[in-house]
Design a protein around this ligand. Structure first.
Ligand SMILES: [Fe+2]
Length: 452
C-alpha cells in the first residue's frame, strides 16, 4: 500500500512513521536545518526499502562537493535502483533516480533538467524544486533557478505546506537576476510566514548587499539571528553576510570578531565554510586590514583538498587559502589538478574548469605573488564567464575585487575604472568598496597632475 507525502503524492512505502520522518526530512531540507540527516536516517531505519529516501541521501552526498562522498552517493543510488526494480516504484521515484544517475555521471545540467520534468508532472513537489534550486545554484544558473520556480508557481498557493520556503527561494532568484524590489518583498513575506526560513532571510540580505544598503543589512540580520540558529553550516554563511555589511562600513574589528566567534568558530572543512572564511580574509586584506595568522588554519585544511575536483567554486576558494596562506606548493598542485580536470572535458565541472577555472586560479596565484599585471590579465580572461563557477553574485564578488585591485596595483587605472563602473552597474548602487577605490584613483591622478 502506498502512502502520500505532505504534498499529496505517492510514496512507495506503507509505514506511516517512515512517511512522517520523510516529511520532516523535506521540511528540514527546505529550512536548511541541521536536523535534516537525523530525519532522513530515521526514515531509512523505519523503512530500509524506501527508494526516495535513498535517492535523497545520494543527492545530499553529492551536493556536499567532496570526492570521498561519491562512493556513498553511488551506494545510495544502487540501493534505490534495487528497490525500484520491483513493482512498487512509481514514476516520480524513477525520475529522481534518472536525475541522480546523471548527477553521478557529472552532468549536473542534465540532472537539473530531469528533475524539472519531475516538477512538471508533480508541480507541488517542493523537494524536487529545492534540489533543482541547489543544483542550478552550484552551476551559477540564476536564470534557470528563476525559470524553474516560475514554471510551477501556481501550485504553491497558500495551502501548500512549503509555500513560504518556495517564496524564499523565489526571492533569491529574483535578487540574482536583478529584480531587487520584488526580491525584497518576496523575501520579507517568506520570513513573516515561516520564521525559520533562513534562505528567505538570506535572500533579503543579498538585496541589501547588492544595493549598498549596509545599515539596513546590519539591522535586518542582527535583529533576527533566531531565524538561522537551527541551520546546518548554512548558519555560518548568514553570519558571513552580516560581516560583509560591517566590512563595507569599515567596521573591521566587528568583522574579525564575527569571523572568530561565528564564521570560523569551528574549523570545519565543508567547502561552503572554507569559502566564507577565505573570501572574507581576502576582502579584509584588500582593505589593508591585518588579519594575523588566520590563513594558517584554512590553508592547512585546503592542503588536503587539492585533488577534489568536484566543484570549481570550491577549488578557487581553496586556491585563495593556499596561495595567501603561504602554501604555494599545494597551490601549484591544485592548479595542476584543475588543469587535468579541464582536459577531461566530459563533466559539467570539467567544462567550467576549462572555461574559467584554470585562468581564474592562475590569476589568484599571480596576485598572491605580487605579479599584478599578469594577475589582472588572467582574471580578465575568466571574468566574462565567472558566473559559471556558481554561487551568488555576492560570493563571486571576491574575484571581481581581486581583478579590480590587480589593475589598480599594476597602475592600470583606466582598466580599473572600467571594471568599477561595470561592477556598479551590475549591483545597482555604489558601495563602500567602490567609493574607496574611486577615491584612491582620484588621489593618484591628482598627485600625478601635481608632479607634471
Ligand atoms: Fe549568500
Amino acid at each position: 500500500m502506498a502512502r502520500n507525502d505532505a504534498f499529496g503524492y505517492d510514496l512507495a512505502i506503507n509505514d506511516p512513521v517512515a512517511v512522517e520522518a520523510w516529511n520532516r526530512t523535506v521540511a528540514a531540507f527546505l529550512a536548511h536545518s541541521a536536523a535534516t540527516p537525523v530525519h532522513l536516517t530515521e526514515a531509512l531505519e523505519r523503512e530500509p526499502d524506501f527508494a526516495m529516501a535513498h535517492l535523497a541521501k545520494g543527492f545530499f552526498m553529492l551536493l556536499l562537493g567532496r570526492i570521498e562522498l561519491v562512493p556513498a552517493a553511488r551506494e545510495a543510488q544502487d540501493a534505490a535502483t534495487r528497490i525500484m526494480a520491483g513493482d512498487s516504484a512509481n514514476d516520480r521515484e524513477r525520475g529522481y533516480g534518472a536525475a541522480l544517475d546523471l548527477y553521478l555521471e557529472g552532468n549536473m545540467a542534465a540532472a537539473a533538467d530531469r528533475l524539472e520534468q519531475v516538477m512538471a508532472a508533480y508541480p507541488r513537489d517542493a523537494f524536487a524544486l529545492k534540489l533543482v534550486h541547489s543544483l542550478r545554484f552550484v552551476m551559477g544558473d540564476s536564470i534557470g533557478m528563476r525559470r524553474s520556480i516560475e514554471a510551477v508557481q501556481g501550485a504553491y498557493e497558500t495551502d501548500h505546506p512549503s509555500a513560504p520556503y518556495v517564496n524564499g527561494c523565489y526571492a533569491f532568484t529574483l535578487e540574482e537576476t536583478g529584480d531587487y524590489r520584488a526580491a525584497e518583498a518576496r523575501g520579507r513575506d517568506a520570513v513573516l510566514r515561516a520564521a525559520d526560513d533562513a534562505w528567505g532571510v538570506h535572500a533579503v540580505a543579498h538585496v541589501f548587499d547588492m544595493t549598498g544598503r549596509t545599515r539596513e543589512g546590519v539591522t535586518w540580520l542582527s535583529n533576527q539571528p533566531e531565524t538561522w540558529a537551527h541551520c546546518n553550516n548554512f548558519r555560518y554563511h548568514v553570519w558571513w553576510h552580516l560581516a560583509l555589511f560591517h566590512l563595507d562600513r569599515g567596521e573591521y574589528a566587528e568583522v574579525l570578531n564575527l569571523y572568530d566567534t561565528e564564521i570560523r568558530a569551528e574549523h570545519t572543512d565543508d567547502y561552503r565554510d572554507i569559502s566564507n572564511g577565505a573570501s572574507l580574509l581576502t576582502r579584509l586584506e584588500l582593505e589593508g586590514v591585518d588579519i594575523g595568522d588566520r590563513w594558517t588554519e584554512l590553508a592547512e585544511i585546503c592542503a588536503g583538498r587539492t585533488d577534489d575536483g568536484c566543484v570549481v567554486f570550491a577549488d578557487l576558494h581553496y586556491m585563495l587559502a593556499l596561495s595567501s596562506g603561504d602554501s604555494h606548493g599545494k597551490a601549484c598542485r591544485l592548479l595542476q589538478s584543475m588543469k587535468r580536470n579541464a582536459e577531461q572535458g566530459k563533466t559539467t565541472m570539467a567544462e567550467v574548469s576549462a572555461d574559467v577555472g584554470v585562468s581564474a586560479a592562475e590569476g589568484l596565484i599571480r596576485f598572491s605573488n605580487g605579479d599584478y599585471a599578469n594577475a589582472y590579465h588572467a582574471l580578465s580572461v575568466a571574468r566574462p564567464n565567472m558566473q559559471r563557477v556558481g554561487g551568488s553574485h555576492a560570493q563571486r564578488d571576491v574575484f571581481e575585487r581581486l581583478t579590480i585591485d590587480a589593475a589598480l596595483r599594476a597602475g592600470m587605472l583606466t582598466e580599473a575604472q572600467i571594471l568599477l563602473d561595470d561592477r556598479t552597474r551590475a549591483r545597482g548602487a555604489v558601495d563602500g568598496y567602490t567609493e574607496r577605490r574611486l577615491s584612491s584613483i582620484g588621489v593618484f591622478e591628482s598627485s600625478l597632475a601635481a608632479s607634471l
